[in-house]
Design a protein around this ligand. Sequence first.
Ligand code: FE2
Length: 437
Amino acid sequence: MAGKPFYLEGNFAPVADEVSATDLQVEGEIPESLSGIFLRNGSNPMRGDPGHWFFGDGMLHGVRVEGGRASWYRNRYVDTAVRRGAETIRIREDGTVDHTDGVSNTHVVTHAGKILALVESSFPCEIDRELGTVGPHDFGGKLTTSFTAHPKFCPITGEMLAFGYRFLPPFLTYHRVSREGELVQSEVIEVPGPTMMHDFGVTENHIIFMDLPVCFKAENVASGMPYRWDPSYGARLGVMPRTGTNADVKWFEIEPCYVFHPMNSYERDGEVVMDAVRFDEVMSGSPLSDEPGKLHRFAIDLASGSVKEEALDDRPTEFPRVDPRREGLPNRYGYSVGLTSGKALGFEGLLKYDLETGQVESHDFGANTGPSEGVFVPIGEGEDEGVVMAYVYYGDRDESEFVLLDAQNFSADPIARVELPQRVPYGFHGSWSPDPS
Ligand SMILES: [Fe+2]
């Protein structure tokens, strides 16, 4: 008899309870200037096997930090209609897709004063600052498509740039949200077919769409995962001005590959550059069978139409992040989770890339431990001045901690380790939500 799927075992397994704890024990010092909530989302299936790691109910884990203290931890389900029993995919009688509500399990961000839990099949779901669910957010009725779990935040304009992809036409729609939180532009972008478009790139002036060969096939719906690797689809990067339309998109062919997550994208001497974790192939079977991805550069020459590709490092990695003050702008540093060689989901430590020197520093938390995504939080002025926050799981004692590393002293002992009242399962993405000023 087959064992449980990996996402129901070890620290991938869900936690059963919603817990609250106050005045957490801190070893070390939390910088006093930090005031906000560290939030992370993930798949925490509440009713047995959801069929895939990506499909469990969304659960948020948050630690509130203020005045050098960790004043609370709490974990809460995102209270969605799907969690209450609605189908994940809902087609209305007129054939249109109802995107109102999904599992909201992938990311959690803050924009224009709202915390939004995100999953790429649905509208954002608004969350309050105590992790309670407010409900679906459709930008005052203007959003009619799904909304990516990986919007980008322009440090210059304050805009939130996003898109929605889906398996029925229109397959791809671009969205631009103002600093104030108003959905000011939605544009249908033509692509040949429905592909799984998990993330995208944004530079100071451009959008980079990734139309890569993980394709929706209706005949695979019954298997639980309708998107599968199909290199016959081809692979293309599409570059569009940020205020452009479908007519402005220039498409550039690349070798078939997959990218779940860029680290960052920017412009340089007539090129649009995207540094991303590139996989040779994904979604042919279980995520465990994928060869791990590695950091890779795509440099698109807008004048000649050529795309130069370059491996930046040979370490297996995922969950790349950048200092949010450099999002869309040239960056020197990036942070990610290191993976055990040969295993796509063996989380081994945190990595810091210096893209100028090519050096990579690692922070290893010791045997039988593993971090979730490391989130850079600025303190001070310059790039890399700040801390990297993460939940870290200690397998020997089946417990997790909330850990802060000094980004500029990356491999040294953490500056603070915060005890948590329960383990935090490996999840997907998170962010720092500063207190409103
Ligand atoms: Fe993601």
